[in-house]
Write a protein that binds this ligand. Structure first.
Ligand SMILES: Cc1ncc(COP(=O)(O)O)c(C=O)c1O
Length: 390
């Protein structure tokens, strides 16, 4: 009998870190998780009502249009025009996907051949690196500056004739940085000049604090031919389990995107799309109070963690619901993360998952918990880091 081959392309791909940390948490009951990047609230009531009503419609249970329900696409087109400055139609298409993660996978398949390179600003979102590697391509990491903003010279320096795109995530996971309009515009222009795609992840578009503002790279003049923008209902509408995201992309990629969608998903879950239309009708106002509440939690997180100086530092994070902590220690981050869970009952995500291989970093996520729990968790983190690395 032939032995089964046990090697695959997945061997080079990192394990899903949230799951790895989740397994450790399970072994330490009572652990407060500052790990997973989710919000603590669920969908708006009209979305749930619309889903319930859709269940009696035969069309809900059948395959539908691969790009998304026409009614949802229309709703998205007006949202994208009014809020993001992106015009769907003409040279730009919109596609509904099972979350922004799937949009990213489609985009990588659509713009690359095996062996091509895609540039990620470090720290990056781990699933972006994983998707690029799964497609047989190379993720090229480029360090950002001390405020986690992209460095144009550094991006320019790593472009080769195999480069196909540059990814920006703003507001950023894992740093919480909101990229400045000028630097996003420069990245977009660089991509246009060098014949690259700019893949802009706008998933945290509504999550900005203080004077920070999100801007969509897809709105810049001339961006439509080379910009792929991705969005999600997961965070804004507490929709993570419903798997609804969407992207805008240049029309010349339509057939490639359709092939990927048809093969991987056929069409997004119809009932979830019906819910998405109702959620979008409620609109951005749904998450405003939640963002205001998160702003208060973020202030506590940043000021408490800042008090760890000089043992640790945390740059201001004006967006998403993350802070990226750098600890002055030679201890390996994974070892510290494990001890934090085992000995101090608090979980954070170690930096190497985000491409931070030098230094000792941890992502602290504060979106999933009530304020008191976050405060308790941050207290444990501070005590734990002092005990382990102080
Ligand atoms: C930057 C970024 N992009 C995409 C996603 C995935 O979103 P979705 O649930 O829409 O797949 C996440 C989720 O944490 C994220 O942080």
């Amino acid at each position: 009998m032939q032995t089964l081959r046990v090697r695959s392309r997945m061997d080079a791909v990192q394990a899903p870190i949230v799951q790895v940390i989740g397994d450790l948490i399970q072994q330490a009951p009572g652990t407060i998780s500052l790990g997973q990047g989710v919000v603590h609230y669920g969908p708006p009531q009209p979305a749930m009502d619309a889903v319930r009503a859709s269940l009696s419609q035969p069309a809900t249970h059948a395959y539908q249009d691969g790009a998304g329900l026409p009614a949802l696409n229309e709703r998205l087109a007006s949202k994208l025009r009014d809020e993001n400055g992106i015009d769907v139609g003409g040279g730009t298409r919109v596609m509904v996907t099972a979350g922004a993660n799937m949009a990213f996978m489609h985009a990588v398949f659509a713009i690359t051949e095996p062996g091509d390179e895609i540039i990620l600003n470090v720290p990056f979102y781990f699933n972006h690196e994983m998707a690029i590697q799964m497609a047989g391509c190379v993720a090229v990491g480029v360090a950002t500056d001390e405020r986690y903003q992209p460095r144009l010279d550094a991006l320019r320096a790593v472009i080769t004739d195999r480069t196909r795109g540059i990814v920006t995530v703003s507001p950023n996971n894992p740093s919480g940085a909101v990229f400045g309009e000028a630097v996003l515009r420069d990245v977009n222009t660089l991509c246009r000049e060098r014949g690259l795609y700019h893949i802009a992840d706008d998933v945290y578009e509504y999550f900005t604090y203080g004077s920070a503002r999100h801007v969509s790279a897809g709105s810049f003049p001339g961006a439509d031919r080379h910009t792929i923008s991705m969005f999600s209902l997961s965070k804004a509408y507490g929709f993570a389990g419903w798997r609804i995201g969407y992207m805008t992309y240049p029309a010349h990629l339509e057939s490639a995107m359709a092939k990927s969608q048809d093969t991987i998903l056929v069409c997004p879950t119809v009932a979830a799309q019906v819910g998405a239309i109702a959620a979008l009708d409620v609109g951005r106002s749904y998450c405003r109070p939640h963002v205001a509440e998160l702003a208060g939690i973020r202030d506590v997180v940043i000021s408490t963690l800042s008090a760890l100086a000089p043992l640790a530092s945390v740059p201001t994070a004006d967006g998403a619901f993350y802070a990226l902590l750098e600890v002055n220690t030679d201890l390996p981050p994974m070892q510290i993360a494990e001890r934090l869970i085992r000995e101090h009952k608090v979980a954070v995500i170690p930096g190497p998952a985000f491409g931070l291989t030098a230094g000792c970093h941890f992502r602290v996520a504060y979106g999933a918990l009530q304020k008191e729990t976050v405060v308790e968790g941050i207290g444990r983190l501070v005590d734990g880091l002092r005990a382990i690395a102080g």
